[in-house]
Design a protein around this ligand. Sequence first.
Ligand SMILES: Cc1cc2nc3c(=O)[nH]c(=O)nc-3n(C[C@H](O)[C@H](O)[C@H](O)COP(=O)(O)OP(=O)(O)OC[C@H]3O[C@@H](n4cnc5c(N)ncnc54)[C@H](O)[C@@H]3O)c2cc1C
Length: 453
Amino acid sequence: MTHNNRAIGQHAIVMGGSMAGLLAARVLTDHFERVTLVERDQFPDTAEQRKGVPQGRHLHVLLVKGEQIMSILFPGLADDLIAAGAVQFDFCRDLLWFQSGGYKARFAGGIMGLALSRPLLESHIRRRLLTRQNITCLTQYTVTGLIATEDNQRITGVSLRSPHGEKGVDTLTADLIVDATGRGSRSPQWLESLGYARPEESVVQIQHAYASRIYRRDQALLPDALSVMTAPMPPDGQRAGALAPLEGERWMATLGGWTGDHPPTDEPGFLEYARSLPNQDIYQVISRAEPLSDIVIHKMPSNLRRHYEKMKQFPQGYLVMGDAVSSFNPAYGQGMTVSAMEAELLGKCLLKAPSPNHLDNLAAAFFKEAAKIVEGAWSLAVREDFRFPGVTGPKPPATDLINRYVTRFHQSTFHDQETSYAFFQVMNLIQAPTLLFHPRIVWRVIRSGLARP
Ligand SMILES: Cc1cc2nc3c(=O)[nH]c(=O)nc-3n(C[C@H](O)[C@H](O)[C@H](O)COP(=O)(O)OP(=O)(O)OC[C@H]3O[C@@H](n4cnc5c(N)ncnc54)[C@H](O)[C@@H]3O)c2cc1C
């Protein structure tokens, strides 16, 4: 039974058991008699990497907004994570953040974050979700297609393939089916095969890549901070790096480069790349710390957005969420938080549905509001990416002008706690980007510019 005894449907299926799928499934357990999560991978019992989430080997920053939503969906989650070794830090005080030629002012701001590995976060959320009474998990099953009514107006189920080709469950039916299969989602093809248009796509080519390595954490090598962020210096400098604590007294070092300037995966090349960053903070640590893993690389060709909100016709009983809708340059750490915001939105849309029949309007209502969530994160990410020559695609209006202002804004944060605080609020998606343009903030940026030689 659902927890609020207000079931608006019998059965919901979520395809994909990563962050977007887990959070969507959690919300759906409040509104459907039962929920089935279908995942291609076998879930590990503990906080281990798995094939379907290769990005889990790289730094995963959990923005404050994402953590807040996850903690509402799973009360006590943050405490559990801290007990499991996640490191709590103050974005304003504990981060050594170098950008636009200087370090941000450091002070106790109280914008608290959690540093941890992606597998630890995912395993805790999964474990919490699977304790709910009305969830069933079907692992090692791949969704191969959609089943629709004869007139294709409503999606009624999915077809499945087990990895061993076993005959078992081969179709499932439901009132609502959610695609959370990530960037490689096949919804555009599946919808097309049912006679719908494919969603329009926005693609901003960045040719970005991350290379990451885990080290034993020795705080003596970084006495003054818990975490380091060295931003790139576009247009000429395309390289960035971050060092963050993980559970188990470890550090994750992630180096990243835009427009093909990718970090190497051999030890000397990785260290040399770290040495070539705008400052030596990360190099100084990782050249002396003990490595605990290989160096792994992940390439991200583009920011990709699928505009389901613009589709004139869309079948009933179907939704798409998470990276299947928008996948961003990971350098801005937004993906999991956008998934969480979409899960929260799904809950609000379902609360407005007075009856199962009302699910008919769900997709239009959901995609319209989800587009606003995506737009906020997209414009922050894409505008920054357009600082790099060679980035191509649809450029949001006034990007160059805004970027010039934002550079001056960053320079004001070297000494001004108020602008620095505003930055961390916007970056963590707990305030809208318009905060950076509030007259009070603009005045502080101008004043700080006048004070600089
Ligand atoms: C290198 C990198 C670093 C990142 N860093 C950050 C960060 O710092 N902070 C942040 O918030 N976000 C980050 N992200 C983004 C974040 O990982 C995703 O936004 C987040 O995982 C949500 O994605 P998702 O659940 O929609 O899809 P995914 O995480 O891609 O998961 C899709 C799931 O669907 C399953 N699946 C796929 N096809 C099928 C099928 N046909 N049938 C059944 N199951 C299927 C897969 O096995 C997988 O479990 C990063 C991404 C990358 C690539």
